[in-house]
Each structure stands twice: as structure tokens, then as C-alpha cells.
Design a protein around this ligand. Structure first.
Ligand SMILES: NC(=O)c1ccc[n+]([C@@H]2O[C@H](COP(=O)([O-])OP(=O)(O)OC[C@H]3O[C@@H](n4cnc5c(N)ncnc54)[C@H](OP(=O)(O)O)[C@@H]3O)[C@@H](O)[C@H]2O)c1
Length: 385
């Protein structure tokens, strides 16, 4: 295993961290973790040098923390730092922080949470956190010895990210979605560097874009990889691209099978800042361009089209059209579509065209929603992935 720097925290995390959001499950029920297998995976990772495990109040319907508490018994707890997150969406009044925190320590069977993040911070949640006195509350928990370091996880826009980073001196680390396709999405490369320059450790989540970058690539991207001077699996290439950057502290992968763990541990052992040649970096840049050339819709996700009077999450469906075209993952979006209330699906569009009047890209949104309905909805033929 290789170890890296972690900003002002001054501790060396393993290059690979274990994300406990996609553990193996039983009966296709995310609440039913396959505990023997998941325990074997987490312990293998720790036995091979992983010292960072990440969970959250809500993962696996609340069962991830419970599972981790049991998996870390027998001496494993002492060999790792445990990160978990305060569910910001449950906070209404100051007492809610104490209630969640106590519940989490009980689930995890630990008195001291090493790394605590405000989960999914964005502008309104950060405002609420300040109103409820969350930073002061965290300081008190630190003094009482219950909390090690405070950070936040983030999925909103770059400007908001910078506001949050600069809005409180007490941040010690943050967690961002980052991979070679998301260099200009959410915090992106600029946000990564902004936080690192200010002394924050930066934890990367979704390094494989939730698995999309580990799947066999489409022909246009496979051709690019063929030109690479180094033979790598798609997952290894995506992970090495992250570890090549000095600002990245830990890369969390949500490994769902033992094979993922052994492969990613092996990748981490070969990783290092500046270890990729210019030719390999150019291959990743070309792969990004090849994936983007397959996008179906020129939607930037600006959300100016919202709110839709019908309650349709328009950017989500246009994004799904893109991802289906780029990564070939139709089944994933058919499942997503089937879980949306029928009156909020693209098929429920009333063609009022309010969204089209507001779209800066001038997109034919009504036609695109009809396409999304044909592609993912009732008329879609099941089976083809
Ligand atoms: N705070 C937040 O808001 C937030 C949000 C997202 C994630 N996270 C945290 O960050 C962690 C990492 O994010 P992520 O789970 O999205 O990570 P990821 O590494 O981008 O995606 C994980 C998926 O990639 C695939 N995979 C992993 N290693 C592989 C390998 N060697 N070969 C082939 N496929 C491989 C698996 O997909 P299949 O299962 O499909 O095979 C796995 O489920 C999460 O587990 C969670 O702890 C936090």
C-alpha cells in the first residue's frame, strides 16, 4: 500500500479508502448486506494496508454503519480511521445533531469518530448548519473527545464549494466527486486544487463514476485505450489518473465484490504522484473527449429549466439520455425511471414549453423528454443493456 498526505490533519491515509456504500447484498435488497462476504472484503483491505473506511448514516438504509461496527471488531477498529457523516437533511433543531451522533456511535460501537463530515453540503444546508450552530457543536464534540476531525462532502457547484471552503476556518478535509470525466463538474479539478491549497485533505468519491468507468468501454473509447503505451484495465487507468495528482489524499472506491478489492488494492500499491507519463495522461484526455463525443444532449445541468410545473426533474432525465449513450447503461436508468412517481416521469410532460423558454442552450426539451420516455419508460423494451 502507498500512503499520502492529508492536508492539515497531518496523518497519512492509504491511497485507497474503502467506501461502504456499495457492499455486496442479498435478495437485491440494499438493506440486506451480505455480512460474511462484506466482512471478508473490508478485512482483506485492512490486512493489505487500507486505513480509511467511509460510511454514512443513510448508506444501505442505515445498515452500513451497523455492519461496519461489527466488521471492525477483533482489533480491526484500531488499524483504521473511521469516517461517517451527519445527515444534513434530518436536521431541524440543535438537538438533532446530538441525537444522530449518539445513534451513529452506537451503531458503529465506537465512542470516538475519527473523521466526521457534514453530508452533501450545499448552499442552503451550509446556511442551516451555521444557523443551528453545527461548527460550534462539532468543536464541543472534539473537546469532549468524541470527534477527531471535521469535514464535509459535496455534490453542488464550484462557486458554492469555494464559499464553503473559505466560510469556516475549522474545516480539515472535504470529500468530492472526482474522476477523469468530472474535471469540470461539481468541484472538479479547480475545486480540488482550491481546497488542497488551503490545507484541506481531499477525499475523492465516485472515482470510477459509480462503476461506469470500470465497464468495458464503447468502441470509440476502446480505440483510444489501444493507443496507450501501458496496458491497464479501465478501472486501474481511472484510479491511477487520480493518484497521479498531488492534491488527492484518499481515493474511496465503493467495492461490491472481492475481486474489486484485490484489484484496487493492487492498483494502489503501484500508485504515486507523478507516476503517469505524459503519453498516458494524453490517453485519458483523449478517452474523455471520445466519451463526450457520444453524448446525446448538450445539457450543462444548469437547472434554469426548473421548476417544471409537472415536477419533472428535467436535467436528471437529459443526463440519463447522455449517460445511456456514453456508457451503454440502459438498464440502470430503466430501473431509476420505474421508481419515479408516474405523474413526475417525462411521459407526464404536458408540453407547456415553460422549460424551453428558460433553457440557455435552446434545447428542444419537450422532444427530449418524449425520447427519455421512449428510451426508459413504459414503451422501452426490457432486457437490452
Ligand atoms: N458523500 C456522498 O454524498 C457520497 C456519494 C457517493 C459516494 N460516496 C462514498 O464514496 C465511495 C466511493 O464512491 P463510489 O462507490 O461511487 O465509487 P466508484 O469506485 O466510483 O464506484 C464503485 C463501483 O465501481 C465498480 N468497481 C469498483 N472497483 C472495480 C474494479 N476493480 N473493477 C471493476 N469494477 C469496479 C463496482 O461497480 P458494480 O458494483 O456495478 O460492479 C462498484 O460498485 C462510496 O462507496 C461512498 O462511501 C459518498
Amino acid at each position: 500500500m502507498r500512503y499520502r498526505s492529508f492536508g492539515k490533519v497531518g496523518w497519512q491515509p492509504s491511497a485507497l479508502g474503502f467506501g461502504c456504500m456499495r457492499l455486496p447484498i442479498k435478495n437485491e435488497d440494499t438493506k440486506q448486506i451480505d455480512e460474511p462476504e462484506a466482512t471478508r472484503m473490508v478485512r482483506y483491505a485492512i490486512d493489505h494496508g487500507v486505513n480509511y473506511v467511509d460510511t454514512a448514516y443513510g448508506y444501505h438504509g442505515g445498515q452500513s454503519e451497523v455492519f461496519l461496527g461489527r466488521a471492525l471488531a477483533g482489533g480491526y477498529r484500531e488499524r483504521v480511521r473511521v469516517a461517517t457523516k451527519l445527515p444534513m437533511w434530518l436536521l431541524k433543531e440543535p438537538g438533532d445533531m446530538d441525537r444522530c451522533f449518539a445513534e451513529q456511535r452506537e451503531r458503529l460501537q465506537i465512542d470516538h469518530i475519527d473523521l466526521y463530515l457534514l453530508h452533501g453540503l450545499d448552499g442552503p444546508r451550509w446556511e442551516l448548519a451555521r444557523k443551528l450552530g453545527v461548527p460550534e457543536w462539532a468543536e464541543r464534540q472534539k473537546k469532549a473527545g468524541h470527534l477527531g476531525h471535521l469535514g464535509f462532502s459535496f455534490h453542488a457547484r464550484l462557486e458554492t464549494f469555494k464559499d464553503i471552503v473559505t466560510g469556516y476556518d475549522g474545516w480539515e478535509f472535504c470529500q468530492i466527486q472526482y474522476n477523469y470525466m468530472d474535471t469540470e463538474y461539481q468541484a472538479g479539478t479547480e475545486g480540488l486544487q482550491f481546497a488542497a491549497q488551503r490545507g484541506l485533505g481531499v477525499v475523492v468519491m465516485e472515482p470510477l463514476r459509480g462503476g461506469l468507468l470500470a465497464a468495458p468501454p464503447p468502441a470509440a473509447v476502446a480505440e483510444v485505450f489501444e493507443r496507450s503505451p501501458a496496458r491497464r484495465t479501465p478501472a486501474d487507468r481511472a484510479l491511477q489518473w487520480l493518484w497521479n495528482q498531488p492534491e488527492v489524499s484518499v481515493v474511496l472506491s465503493g467495492m461490491s465484490a472481492m475481486q474489486h478489492v484485490t484489484e484496487n488494492v493492487d492498483s494502489a500499491g503501484r500508485s504515486g504522484v507523478g507516476s503517469l507519463s505524459a503519453a498516458e495522461i494524453a490517453v485519458v484526455d483523449a478517452a474523455r473527449a471520445a466519451y463526450n463525443s457520444l453524448a446525446r444532449v448538450d445539457c450543462t445541468g444548469c437547472e434554469y429549466c426548473l421548476p417544471c410545473p409537472q415536477g419533472i426533474n428535467i436535467p436528471r432525465h437529459l443526463g440519463a439520455l447522455n449517460e445511456a449513450a456514453m456508457y451503454g447503461v440502459l438498464a440502470r436508468y430503466r430501473r431509476m425511471y420505474s421508481r419515479i412517481p408516474e405523474d413526475q416521469r417525462p411521459g407526464a410532460c404536458q408540453a407547456c414549453a415553460e422549460c424551453e423558454a428558460k433553457c440557455p442552450q435552446g434545447l428542444p426539451i419537450r422532444d427530449l423528454l418524449a425520447e427519455a420516455h421512449r428510451t426508459f419508460g413504459d414503451e422501452a423494451k426490457p432486457g437490452a443493456e
